[in-house]
Design a protein around this ligand. Structure first.
Ligand code: ARG
Length: 461
């Protein structure tokens, strides 16, 4: 009973751990999320020790059965995590002693918590990345569905938040599809980079036991073991890369949310949300506010914060393991939770958005958005340089502005004041739909382009 409450290092220590240290030193409330990975890695490690005849097979069997029991206990919520045993690794080891007795003492042969924690953490980040990849794919699917319905929905494309040129709502939505495609690659790149198993690096220098690191690496689903034991226990690049990929993805979601907030504003009225994506006001009865979009926009701050924190923790850390690194897990777990929530929310938000098509068309006509098309027409049909045509078109815009007319409202006579040799064919360049459909260059906004992109994207996901 006395041993039960002792730390593994108690024999070397003259006094008990300080209470305040225990409070900041213990990470069990955070790293208990690693229990599945910790148990899986311990089982494989034990199997390897037994295969290599480093421990007896009967002890190995006891250890493995005990670990499986602990997993069931934790799964069912029947496991008591203890702060005084610091972390998930020591909590599980202690529990193993309780269940199988002294045979538990053979489990920690040829390893250290230093290689153990980084192995568990890599395994966790692998699973988490796969989940994020699925969540991103769902959002991409929803974007694609919405885009399919809006290939000929014309809206004003903006630069500087000023009306620039007509585009389709589908083309706008698919710009986010591309961003998310790159986000997926960032997570996939990290999955490739981290695919080396640190287990067996022990404290920092490797071990004198005849272990089989290729066996443990393969059994845990890694491509190969890591090649330098010092780097193995000090490397947290995979956590940084995960948080970086998360931060960039969250930034994309934040931009999408902001676009939607602006388009949904009373000044723009280009899109609306279903009521399930809106909240009311406690005082203003008329209000319908896009809170989910605002939360998506804001949450990126958490993702940036976690990335900044881990980069700061790792900066200037000498080789090899230091306790500083223990906080890596809180950062990654919280970064993951935040991104997962915002991705799910974004996927729902896309489904609940609809285009106010007549407003979009009206707005696409405001701000002389086809002025470039007129200049291009002169270049193509009248052999003028683009700079010359640009000047003529600018003068036409000044005229329309003065007359308070849209470019499409000008008569042929009015247009001819700026370039004589024109016939009525020129007038179609002022039509915003025509403008959109003229943009047939690769990646342009023409309906047929966008339709074939949608076809291609559908095959990709
Ligand atoms: N809980 C520790 C962490 O997450 C495990 C490694 C502890 N190693 C040590 N030498 N104290 O970093």
């Amino acid at each position: 009973m006395k041993n039960k409450n002792k730390t593994v290092w108690s024999n070397r220590f003259k006094s008990k751990t300080s209470q305040s240290f225990q409070k900041i030193g213990s990470s069990i409330h955070i790293d208990k999320r690693l229990y599945e990975q910790d148990i899986a890695a311990s089982i494989v490690h034990t199997q390897m020790l037994s295969k290599q005849k480093i421990i007896k097979s009967e002890d190995a069997n006891k250890i493995i059965n005990g670990l499986k029991k602990i997993k069931v206990q934790i799964d069912k919520g029947n496991f008591e995590f203890k702060e005084k045993f610091e972390d998930i690794h020591l909590n599980i080891e202690k529990a193993l002693f309780d269940i199988i007795g002294p045979a538990a003492g053979y489990m920690h042969t040829a390893r250290s918590r230093n290689d153990q924690v980084v192995t568990d953490f890599k395994l966790w980040i692998k699973d988490a990345s796969k989940e994020i990849l699925k969540d991103i794919s769902l959002l991409m699917k929803n974007l694609l569905k919405k885009a399919e319905k809006n290939t000929d929905t014309v809206m004003p494309g903006l630069t500087h938040l000023k009306n620039a040129q007509p585009i389709s709502f589908a083309h706008f939505l698919l710009s986010y599809f591309e961003m998310l495609k790159r986000d997926k690659k960032r997570f996939e790149n990290n999955l490739n980079l981290l695919d080396e198993c640190p287990l067996g690096s022990a404290a920092l220098s490797g071990t004198s036991y005849k272990i089989d690191r290729t066996y443990t690496a393969k059994k845990l689903g890694f491509k190969k073991p890591t090649d330098n034991s010092i780097d193995s226990v000090s490397d947290r690049d995979f956590a940084i890369d995960f948080l970086y990929a998360s931060a960039v993805c969250a930034m994309h979601l934040s931009r999408l949310a902001e676009d939607f907030i602006i388009y949904n504003s009373d000044a723009f009225k280009l899109i609306s949300f279903k009521d399930n994506m809106l909240t009311g006001s406690s005082i203003m009865p008329q209000k319908k506010n896009p809170d989910p979009a605002e939360l998506i926009r804001g949450k990126v701050g958490i993702n940036y914060g976690k990335l900044n924190a881990i980069l700061t923790i790792m900066k200037g850390l000498p080789m090899s393991y230091f306790k500083d690194m223990q906080d890596d897990k809180e950062l990654v777990f919280s970064g993951f939770d935040t991104l997962k929530d915002t991705l799910t929310m974004s996927a729902e938000l896309i489904n609940s958005v609809y285009a106010n098509k007549s407003n979009m068309l009206f707005m696409a006509n405001q701000g002389h958005t086809t002025a470039t098309d007129f200049a291009d027409y002169l270049v193509k049909n009248k052999n003028l340089s683009f700079r010359k045509s640009y000047t003529i078109s600018a003068k036409l815009v000044n005229f329309a502005e003065k007359k308070e007319k849209l470019l499409s409202e000008l008569s042929l006579e009015e247009v001819k004041k700026f370039y004589k040799d024109l016939d009525k064919n020129v007038l179609k360049v002022f039509d915003v739909k025509n403008s959109m459909n003229m943009k047939k260059s690769h990646g342009g906004t023409a309906v047929n382009n966008v339709k074939s992109m949608i076809k291609k994207y559908k095959k990709e996901i």
